[in-house]
Write a protein that binds this ligand. Sequence first.
Ligand SMILES: Cc1ncc(COP(=O)(O)O)c(C=O)c1O
Length: 357
Amino acid sequence: MTPKLRAELDGIPTYKPGRPPVSDEGAPAYKLSSNENPFPPLPGVLEAATAAAGSFNRYPDAACTELIAELAHRFGVPQTHIATGTGSVGVAQQLLQSTAGPGDEVIYAWRSFEAYPIITRISGATPVEVPLTDGEDHDLDAMAAAITDRTRLIFICNPNNPTGTAVRRAELERFLDRVPSDVLVVLDEAYREFIRDADVPDGVEIYRDRPNVAVLRTFSKAYGLAGLRVGFAIAHEPVAAALRKTAMPFGVSQLAQDAAVASLRSEEALLERVAGLVTERDRVVGALAAQGWTLAETQANFVWLRLGERTLDFAAACERAGVMVRPFPGEGVRITIGETEANDLLLSTADAFRKEL
Ligand SMILES: Cc1ncc(COP(=O)(O)O)c(C=O)c1O
């Protein structure tokens, strides 16, 4: 006999992280498989985290007081509208715990962030996956048509992981006007800082006069704190209050809190790095297009190659060259924009692969 586990867990895959680099004979190897920021922490941020490490015999500030005050100031929102958590995926899980359970439905585009089906099914709710359009975009009309009286939460991943495609303001507003006011819409903006198209709305502006919209942001990507696990939601009071109830006590470490505060205070230097990555993204996109690849327009720190049956071959070729990418077998490969040398290696591998097709 084994302990009885919840039936909802049957068949749920374990979250698969991007593979770490493996290199032969000491050749450099690069990880372009997890959409991380390739730069090491900024000096001020590292110092803040190191200083906090001196008191890790103590619990962290459970209310994340300084971080929440800093975020409220940064975004011009009430402190009560901010809820922090263990990465934005932790906050997403709390949003599900707060809204959905067995018999309820959660809508999201597919393919999108791999954690959505996992955390939805853990909550006991039923995932309703709406295929992306042929252009790799959210199909907002089909998503609106999928709403039933059992729908509790809708994820809009903007820009979408893994395709990098973004929903524009007018289509998002039109969609939100069709969503019943008692259904929570979560704008997952993990890659917000990489957007350069002015028509892609800032979710924080959208949330202001829409009580059923919550915005998810993270320090893991542009801010380069993936290893510290800190993200947050901006949402109106009843939702933000539910997030405070469902928060894991002391979930966000003091290292993470202090590094996040220091990051917000060094934002200019961080955003300069982001601008450099965006320039690299444009270079990689241009070079891939010149090689003959067809790419959806990306607004994130990654590109998506829809390789279908050749996905695993391409990923293996990249691995042999010392670049780890993220394959979704049978569908495509997501490639993070990394350091220039890594991007160059990726481009030469993609070129050779294409010539052999
Ligand atoms: C769309 C999206 N949302 C959320 C996350 C989670 O990030 P974190 O939990 O590190 O904040 C990721 C990470 O890959 C992501 O791609």
